[in-house]
Design a protein around this ligand. Structure first.
Ligand code: DND
Length: 271
């Protein structure tokens, strides 16, 4: 992996200790509200000790989450020295109205299962708790309002998502809320034209990152499950087990065929 390019306005330099989220101490700042956490129980107090913190935000429909999402987040964390990455599954994704999206509670739970072994990763249900269409600008505003200034927000996207950002709600406002990390994704070229379009849509600070290519997609996983094909190695074993346990993506009818291939991996509960 190599950092291909860095562009845009400069950001405040900060020393980052590379602390994992589990090591970030609790404090009065961001104390949980009586009704529960604001971002997530582990992340609410981020930055409360005044130290500079870089929080990566991985937004997605995650229907289902797979190794492509996880690898992108991990490589962005490493390359940009993010202290933590929070996965934020969408409530009602605006660009997916053409198909039935799996209920949010399933997508949320699969995200939780997928990230639980990484101490630098966590999941927030902030977009699911917010009713109506999900807009990233609102999520970033909520996070900005919650965290002190020493917490920098870094929004991680694949190349396809960043190319469409100019069409997102209040895209210019997003530029003022977060640094964007645009990670290359197989099949989606980040052409100079795309970069120019983004630059003309607002004063975005975009860091282009060449990550290890993983040509895996949620739609392929859904299709494989529906057709009784194995998704072993394409997502975490716990996520795969969850899909079969809950009969997602037509898994109930396909279970017998795929289960014979997956039984061993389920026992190991790894890949
Ligand atoms: P997707 O539906 O593309 O997520 O949504 C990505 C984010 O864009 C979410 O946070 C949405 O709320 C936000 N959005 C979309 C449209 C409009 C607005 C906001 C608005 O505010 O108006 P997926 O689950 O499909 O993918 C999640 C991320 O992972 C994406 O950035 C995608 O590009 C990336 N990805 C990969 N990157 C590298 N290699 C792979 C990948 N598969 C997915 N194999």
């Amino acid at each position: 992996m190599a950092l291909a390019e860095e562009s845009g306005r400069s950001r405040r330099g900060a020393a980052h200790g590379g602390r994992a989220v589990g090591q970030l101490g609790a404090s009065p700042f961001g104390a949980q509200r009586s009704g529960g956490s604001v971002i997530s129980p582990r992340l609410d107090s981020l930055g409360s000790d005044g130290a500079a913190v870089r929080l990566g935000i991985m937004g997605g429909t995650f229907d289902p989450i797979h190794i492509g999402h996880l690898a992108v987040a991990e490589q962005a964390r490493e390359a940009m020295q993010l202290d933590a990455v929070v996965f934020v599954p969408t409530g009602e994704p605006v660009f997916k109205k053409d198909r039935d999206v799996t209920p949010a509670e399933h997508r949320l739970e699969m995200c939780r299962l997928a990230v639980e072994s990484n101490p630098a990763f966590d999941v927030s249900d902030i977009e699911i708790r917010r009713k109506g269409n999900t807009y990233t600008v609102e999520t970033l505003r909520q996070m900005r309002a919650h965290y002190p200034e020493n917490v920098e927000l870094w929004f991680i996207t694949g190349a396809d998502a960043v190319a469409s950002i100019v069409k997102w709600r209040e895209s210019a406002a997003i530029a003022g809320l977060a640094t964007l990390i645009a990670v290359t994704r197989p099949g989606f070229a980040l052409t100079e034209q795309v970069k120019d379009d983004i630059a003309s849509a607002g004063p975005f600070d975009v860091r282009y990152l060449e990550a290890t290519a993983l040509s895996v997609s949620s739609s392929d996983l859904r299709s494989r499950v529906a057709n009784g094909l194995s998704i072993r190695y394409l997502t975490m074993a716990r996520v795969r087990d969850y899909i079969y346990e809950h009969g997602l993506y037509g898994a109930a009818s396909a279970r017998g065929k795929a289960a014979c291939c997956d039984a061993e991996a389920s026992e190991l509960n790894r890949y």
